[in-house]
Structures are given as C-alpha cells and as structure tokens.
Design a protein around this ligand. Structure first.
Ligand SMILES: Nc1ncnc2c1ncn2[C@@H]1O[C@H](COP(=O)(O)OP(=O)(O)OP(=O)(O)O)[C@@H](O)[C@H]1O
Length: 252
C-alpha cells in the first residue's frame, strides 16, 4: 500500500539559499507524525511545499501514491489533504455553525453538485452538526465565532480543517500560545478527530509531541537528521546534540 505521504529527494531554494535539502520521508496511513526542529529549520516551508503553496525546486511529493507536482492547494485539498494555519482562518462575525457549514460547503460542494438543493442543504447541516459535536462546540453553535475563547477558536479551526473529510490532516503548531489546560484540551481533541486519519503536525511543545506522535522527524537546516518512534528520537545522540538536549532542558 502506498504511503499516505511520500517525500522523495525534496529540495527548495529561495534564490540561491537552499532551505529544504533533500528530504526523504514516508508517512504511513493512519500514523500521527510530528516534525520538530529549531527555529528556521524549514518546517513551515516543508508544510508549504506539501500543501502546494510553494513549488519545489526538485524532488517529488506523493499523496497516496499520486504525484502532487504542479497541483494547486485547492486541488491537493480535494485529493484528501487539509491543513490548518498558525493564523486563524475563522470568520469572526459568522456563527460557529456557519463557519463549519461554510467550510463543508467549500470543500465538499463539488461532490454535492448533482444533488437537489434540499438534500444538499440537509447533508451540509447534518455534516456541520457532526463536526460541532466532535469539536465539543455544539452548545456554542449560535455564537459569533469571534467571541469564542482562544482555545475554542483553535478547536473551531480544527473543525474547519477536518470538514470535507480529508484523510491527511496537517496542523501547524496547534497548541501555540495556549495554557497547560488549554493544551491538554486541544491534544485530546486532536487525538479524537484524527482517529483513523493520518496526522502531520509541526509543534514546538515537546509534551504535546511526545504525547501525541507515533513517529517524529527532526528537521535541522532543511535536512531530516532522524525519524523514529518518540523514545528512539529522544535517545538519538545526533538529535540530542542538534536540538532536543537544549529543548528538553529548557522544559524543566
Ligand atoms: N518566501 C521565502 N523567501 C525567502 N526565504 C524564506 C521564505 N520562507 C522562508 N524562508 C527562509 O527559510 C528558512 C526556514 O523558514 P521556515 O519558516 O520554514 O522555518 P521553521 O522551521 O518553520 O521556523 P519556525 O520554527 O521559527 O517557524 C528561514 O531562514 C526563512 O527566512
């Protein structure tokens, strides 16, 4: 079976500066995979390459075996990959329910185009209600999204990301700026909504990474210096030296 995501010899240069330098990475279907590494290592760039925001300089990216070369972000989204943004994507004046419904309409509308209007409207409403339930926002459904707490807005953002049923979910620093209790809440939510899906996330909080990820890849200066199970990565001397030693010390 093809990997959910396969990066092969992936490179990206901005002008003469090589930012991603020959990344090889295979993420199996159903795996929760975290990409960690120091600031400026290229994690966001890697995300932007996978999601089609930047074209790669060389190498290939495949999603379930299909080459993504030349595909626009919305095409990649419709092939089953959905990402969240560090900066929130929410419409503050629209209700929580409308935000989710709108995301569903956008990402699934084309599949419904042959349905009649009433069935389509009913399916969208039911789909949005299901997502609200999953992200624990059913009771907040009629509030303008702008009045939700920060953690609730991030939960809504995750709901918007999973709307449309993508099976590869990419989250960029999902717990950035959160307190411990908010972080625990969002981690539980991510675990729940990514059940049976493939998760790729960039995250700086090592508690989150080690608690959630099945596999971790460490990106340093545009190269993956290690990939493995959390305990293998933690014990890897190269990783300790390049990144984790410092971060884990800072955490204590
Ligand atoms: N569009 C661009 N043009 C030129 N250089 C860029 C561009 N985008 C990113 N870079 C450079 O690429 C390098 C990697 O940046 P990137 O944001 O991918 O790192 P990161 O690992 O996500 O960092 P952080 O953890 O701080 O978010 C940085 O030196 C950055 O200045």
């Amino acid at each position: 079976m093809a990997a959910a995501l396969h990066l092969n010899g992936l490179c990206k240069a901005f002008g003469k500066t090589e930012i991603i330098r020959g990344v090889e990475l295979e993420i199996a279907k159903g795996e929760r995979h975290a990409i960690i590494g120091p600031n400026g290592a290229g994690k966001s760039t890697l995300f932007n390459l996978i999601t089609g925001r930047f074209p790669q300089t060389s190498g290939t990216i495949s999603l379930h075996g299909a080459d993504l070369a030349g595909k626009a972000p919305h095409e990649i989204n419709r092939m089953g990959l959905s990402r969240s943004f560090q900066i929130t994507n929410i419409f503050g004046n629209m209700t929580v329910f409308e935000n989710v419904r709108c995301a569903l309409l956008w990402s699934m509308g084309y599949k419904y185009s042959f349905w009649n209007l009433l069935d389509r409207s009913r399916a969208l409403t039911e789909g949005a209600e299901e997502i609200l339930e999953q992200i624990n926002l059913t009771e907040r459904r009629n509030l303008p999204a702008g009045v939700l707490s920060y953690a609730e807005q991030r939960a809504l953002e995750i709901g918007i990301t999973i709307a449309g049923g993508a099976d590869v979910i990419m989250l960029d620093e999902p717990t950035a700026g959160m307190s411990h209790s908010e972080t625990d809440y969002i981690v539980d939510l991510i675990r729940k909504v990514t059940e049976n899906k493939t998760l790729v996330m960039v995250e700086h909080d090592m508690g989150v990474v080690f608690g959630l990820a099945d596999y971790i890849s460490v990106l340093v200066y545009g190269e993956i210096i290690a990939t493995g199970r959390p305990e293998e990565v933690r014990a890897n001397p190269k990783v300790q030296e390049a990144y984790l030693g410092e971060v884990l010390e800072a955490d204590h």
